[in-house]
Design a protein. Structure first.
Length: 406
């Protein structure tokens, strides 16, 4: 009898331990770089969450760092059509949260716990939306910088003649922010003229025109850049608080005798001045399936009367291009493109500095694009900006590694 009671006690203890373990688990993230990695986004597949903590609900979990601080998190679902008949999160993609790796910090641990109450929403630091009230603009931002790109309504002719603005371009605009909270909705609501003046939150001081702006693409034939028109369709796939993801599609355009279309997927993370873009070019017909594409930066994007002076820095070894524009009264603006994969050199045309990369028809290729403004507080000089771009290029080539344990 005593033996049976002892065995029962051991079994009960084991079951209790298993039940407790199933209510939380540990995530270890390792980092191979010696440099600091602020706002590193950690992505853990939701399938791993379900293995470690069965039947977890996305609104009833907590993410804590090693000191016990509760971290903002986000669960994304990139396949909106996926089914989840058992309500176990089968349609979810990744659990996202962030950590500031200090210089020399090689690893960090986190605890994912089940909660009995619903977790309150976290402040949104990454946001994207279609803006039909401003001629089909598509705008996005995080706590560092904002951008917009131009849609079909802006490209449409002014018929009948009513004075509608017309601009045909696939270039990318920058909105400079001096604050960390979202401004896109407020600035559009203020009216078009107001965001061309710094009223304390920032300014649209960037001129795109028909250039590539900050990060627009084109097909390069060795001498000439062939570019598409304004985006055709849009789709938001995730929208904060940590990450926003969206796609823009472009109709096919003539590129040195071939017809090429493009789908751009943007990943916008909180705390970063550069966004990840994954472009998928498709060459129609029987043309060559490998192409050289270019990502451009406008050589002179300053407002009228600002008499800007530019410095350009390039890294052949690391595959990045940076520009620093000093404007007379608006402050200075850094722009950059990082190409971690398939880098193919540099070029330029009359209006754009270009960084080149190889792409295969139908396969996505990644690069990073963005800017930084002196009044945003992070960059005071060209040296500050180029050091940041170099660090981002190193991070892109050395992702962190994530493991799960009980």
């Amino acid at each position: 009898m005593k033996t049976r009671l002892l065995a029962f006690a051991i079994l009960a203890s084991s079951l209790t331990h298993a039940a407790v373990a199933a209510d939380k688990f540990t995530v270890t993230v390792t980092n191979d770089l010696a440099i600091a990695r602020p706002s590193e986004t950690i992505a853990l597949p939701w399938s791993e969450v379900q293995k470690a903590m069965p039947n977890a609900l996305l609104q009833k979990i907590s993410v804590k760092d090693a000191a016990g601080h509760v971290l903002p998190y986000q669960v994304i679902n990139l396949d909106g059509e996926a089914k989840d008949p058992r309500s176990i999160g089968a349609a979810y993609g990744d659990l996202l949260f962030q950590h500031d790796f200090a210089a020399g910090e090689k690893s960090a641990t986190f605890t994912i716990e089940r909660t009995t109450t619903v977790s309150a929403p976290f402040p949104t630091k990454a946001f994207a939306r279609f803006v039909p009230e401003r001629l089909d603009d598509f705008a996005w931002e995080n706590d560092k910088i904002a951008h917009r790109i131009y849609g079909p309504a802006l490209a449409a002719p002014d018929e009948p003649k009513r004075g509608k603005e017309v601009l045909v371009t696939s270039g990318i605009d920058i909105w400079c922010k001096a604050v960390t909270y979202p401004v896109v909705d407020r600035w559009y609501n203020k009216g078009h003229d107001h965001y061309h003046k710094d009223e304390g939150e920032g300014i649209d001081m960037y001129n795109v025109g028909t250039s590539r702006g900050c990060g627009g693409t084109g097909i390069w034939d060795g001498q000439q850049l062939y570019v598409g028109r304004n985006y055709k369709t849009w789709k938001v796939l995730a929208n904060g608080p940590v990450r926003a993801i969206f796609e823009l599609t472009y109709d096919a355009w003539d590129a040195a005798g071939a017809k090429v279309s493009e789908v751009k997927r943007f990943t916008v993370d909180a705390g970063h001045n550069l966004d990840l873009i994954e472009s998928t070019f498709t060459v129609q017909g029987d043309g060559a399936k490998e192409i050289t594409f270019a990502v451009g930066i406008n050589k002179d994007s300053s407002d009228r009367g600002q008499n800007s002076k530019s410095q350009v820095t390039k890294s052949q070894d690391a595959g990045w291009l940076a520009q620093w524009e000093v404007q007379a009264t608006n402050g200075s603006l850094g722009e950059a493109v990082v190409v971690p994969d398939n880098f193919a050199g540099f070029a330029e045309d009359k209006v754009n500095q270009l960084i080149l990369a190889k792409a295969t028809s139908g396969k996505a290729v990644r690069y990073y694009v963005g800017g930084g403004w002196t009044r945003g507080g992070d960059f005071k000089t060209n040296d500050d900006w180029t050091k940041y771009v170099a660090a981002e290029a190193a991070r892109a080539k050395s992702p962190v590694k994530v493991t799960v344990s009980p």
